[in-house]
Write a protein that binds this ligand. Structure first.
Ligand code: HEC
Length: 144
């Protein structure tokens, strides 16, 4: 898994990671104005692994990997917000957000972290494409 990711992450940086993804077809299959749930039904975890290249500078995802400037994300879907990595210095903003990382919440977070949780330290503008978010969530769901 790791070699595939790093090869592709490098390719992504070169904006040349053409895996022959069927993104347009998947988008059509989701129907007009699809809900996040409809997009999750056509989501591709392998496409999401490539989107994770945008998170990788700050987040590890291998089970035993150390936290980076963001917490390790292994098993994050379904986990309690800001609890999984007890030694990570989560902001009080994220801690008081509370609850669990459901796919719907993760979608809102990945759209615009600072809009969902004002005061979070996650310095990431957000993913504009709803299918990229669905693919990424599908990938995160496999990492548990
Ligand atoms: C520039 C660094 C950076 C990038 C890029 C980044 N994050 Fe984060 N992320 C953080 C930091 C820092 C936190 C802790 C935020 C806090 O405590 O307010 C965080 C927190 C999180 C959390 C909460 C984890 C928990 O245990 O509750 C999730 C989920 C997350 N990030 C997902 C992502 C995903 C997915 C991406 C890629 C699309 C991403 N992040 C990109 C820095 C980053």
């Amino acid at each position: 898994m790791r070699p595939a990711l790093s090869t592709c992450a490098v390719a992504l940086l070169l904006a040349a990671c053409s895996s022959g993804d069927d993104k347009a077809a998947r988008r059509r299959a989701a129907g007009p104005a699809p809900s996040p749930a409809a997009l999750l039904r056509v989501a591709s975890a392998s496409a999401g692994e490539k989107v994770f290249g945008q998170c990788y500078a700050c987040h590890s995802i291998d089970r035993y990997a150390a936290d980076r400037s963001g917490p390790n994300l292994f098993g994050v879907i379904g986990a309690e917000v800001a609890q999984r990595r007890p030694r990570f210095p989560y902001t009080s903003a994220l801690q008081s957000f509370g609850g669990r990382w459901t796919p719907a919440r993760m979608d809102a977070w990945l759209t615009n972290p600072k809009r969902l949780v004002p005061g979070t330290a996650m310095g990431f503008a957000g993913l504009a494409d709803p299918l990229d978010r669905a693919d990424l969530i599908a990938y995160l769901q496999t990492q548990r």
